[in-house]
Design a protein around this ligand. Structure first.
Ligand SMILES: Nc1nc2c(ncn2[C@@H]2O[C@H](COP(=O)(O)OP(=O)(O)O)[C@@H](O)[C@H]2O)c(=O)[nH]1
Ligand SMILES: [Mg+2]
Ligand SMILES: [Zn+2]
Length: 299
C-alpha cells in the first residue's frame, strides 16, 4: 500500500533539489519535484510522497499567499513564496544600484509585499551621500534602517522588532553585507551555510541557493543569492505603473485615459517630472521597464 502524502514547508532550494520540513515532526526530507513539475519556491507549502526515510517527491504546491520573483527574457527566478516582507540590503560601498533597487520595489509592490531598506555600513563616511540617494525612495514610504552589520548588538536592537514573528526575504547585490547581517541575526547561519555548500561541492562563501533560517526570537529569514539583473517581464503596463505609486496623483491629470506617460501631449506625469515633483530618475526607470517589456512581447 502506498504511504500517505505528507505536508511541509520548503526551507531550501538548489536547482531541482528541495529540502522540506515536514509538519509536526523534526523531519527534513530531501525532495525532488515529481515529473516536470517546476515553479517551487522556498516558503511554499507542499505535499510530499515519502520515499524511504529521508527523501520524497513533491506532488503539489498548496495555494500561496504571494510569490516574489523576477523574470528575465529567458526565464523566471523565484525568490520566495508566502513572505510577510522584503528587506533590501544596500550600502554606500560598493555603490548600490538605484536601478535594481527600483525594480525590486516594483516587484514587491505588484505582489503586495511591504518593503524595508537596510542601509548597511553606517561606519563608512560615504553613508550620508547614500542616504541622500535614497531620499526619493524614502519619500514613497519605504522605511530606511541605517546600521552597521559588524555590530551584532546594534543589528538586534534595530531589526528585532521588525523581524520578530514574520517571514522576511533578505535581498541584495553581493558585497552589501547580506551574509554579515544574516550571521548577526542567526548565530549558526555561517556554520549551516558552509556545511551545506561543502556537501554540495559549491563555493564556501557564496550563496548559490535560497534558504530559510529560523530566527532565535521567532520568525524566519530567507537568504537568497545576490543578483545583477532584475527583469520584470511578468508585469503588464498597469502593474508597472502601479509600481510607481508617486505617479498616481499626476496620472489623474493626464489628458488621455490610456496615457502611458512616455510622450503623450497633456501627460500629467511628464509635467510633474518637468516641475521636479516626480524624480526624473524614477520616471526613466519606468520608461526602461516599459520598453523592455514591449520589446519582449514583439518576439
Ligand atoms: N565597514 C563595514 N563593512 C562591512 C559591514 N558589513 C559587511 N561589511 C563587509 O563588506 C564585505 C561584504 O560583506 P558580505 O556580508 O560578505 O556581503 P554579501 O555579499 O552581501 O553577503 C565584507 O568584507 C564585510 O566584512 C559594515 O557594516 N561595515
Ligand atoms: Mg553573501
Ligand atoms: Zn500620462
Amino acid at each position: 500500500m502506498a504511504k500517505p502524502a505528507l505536508q511541509g514547508r520548503v526551507v531550501a532550494a538548489h536547482g531541482r533539489h528541495y529540502r522540506v520540513a515536514i509538519d509536526h515532526t523534526d523531519q527534513l526530507r530531501q525532495c525532488y519535484p515529481r515529473g516536470k513539475k517546476t515553479g517551487i519556491a522556498v516558503g511554499d507549502r507542499v505535499s510530499v510522497l515519502p520515499e524511504g526515510e529521508q527523501e520524497g517527491a513533491i506532488t503539489e504546491i498548496l495555494p500561496r499567499r504571494n510569490l516574489f520573483y523576477r523574470s528575465d527574457a529567458q526565464r523566471s527566478k523565484l525568490f520566495a513564496a508566502n513572505i510577510d516582507q522584503l528587506l533590501l540590503v544596500l550600502a554606500s560601498e560598493p555603490e548600490f544600484s538605484e536601478d535594481l533597487l527600483g525594480r525590486a520595489l516594483v516587484a514587491a509592490s505588484s505582489a503586495d509585499i511591504p518593503a524595508h531598506i537596510v542601509l548597511n555600513k553606517s561606519d563608512l563616511p560615504t553613508t550620508a551621500a547614500a542616504r541622500a540617494r535614497l531620499a526619493a525612495t524614502e519619500a514613497l514610504g519605504v522605511p530606511v534602517h541605517t546600521l552597521c552589520a559588524l555590530d551584532a548588538a546594534q543589528v538586534h536592537e534595530r531589526l528585532e522588532p521588525l523581524l520578530r514573528g514574520r517571514c522576511t526575504l533578505l535581498l541584495g547585490q553581493s558585497g552589501m553585507g547580506k551574509s554579515t547581517l544574516l550571521n548577526a541575526l542567526v548565530p549558526d547561519a555561517q556554520a549551516a551555510t558552509q556545511a551545506h555548500s561543502i556537501a554540495l561541492g559549491t563555493g564556501r562563501h557564496t550563496t548559490t541557493h535560497t534558504r530559510l533560517y529560523a530566527l532565535p526570537g521567532g520568525g524566519d529569514l530567507i537568504d537568497s543569492p545576490g543578483f545583477q539583473a532584475f527583469g520584470l517581464q511578468h508585469l503588464g503596463p498597469q502593474d508597472i505603473e502601479h509600481g510607481f505609486p508617486e505617479f498616481a496623483p499626476a496620472v489623474a491629470q493626464c489628458r488621455f485615459y490610456n496615457c502611458t506617460h512616455q510622450h503623450e501631449p497633456g501627460c500629467g506625469v511628464l509635467a510633474a517630472v518637468t516641475r521636479g515633483e516626480i524624480s526624473a530618475q524614477r520616471h526613466a526607470l519606468y520608461l526602461r521597464i516599459l520598453a523592455e517589456n514591449e520589446a519582449a512581447r514583439r518576439y
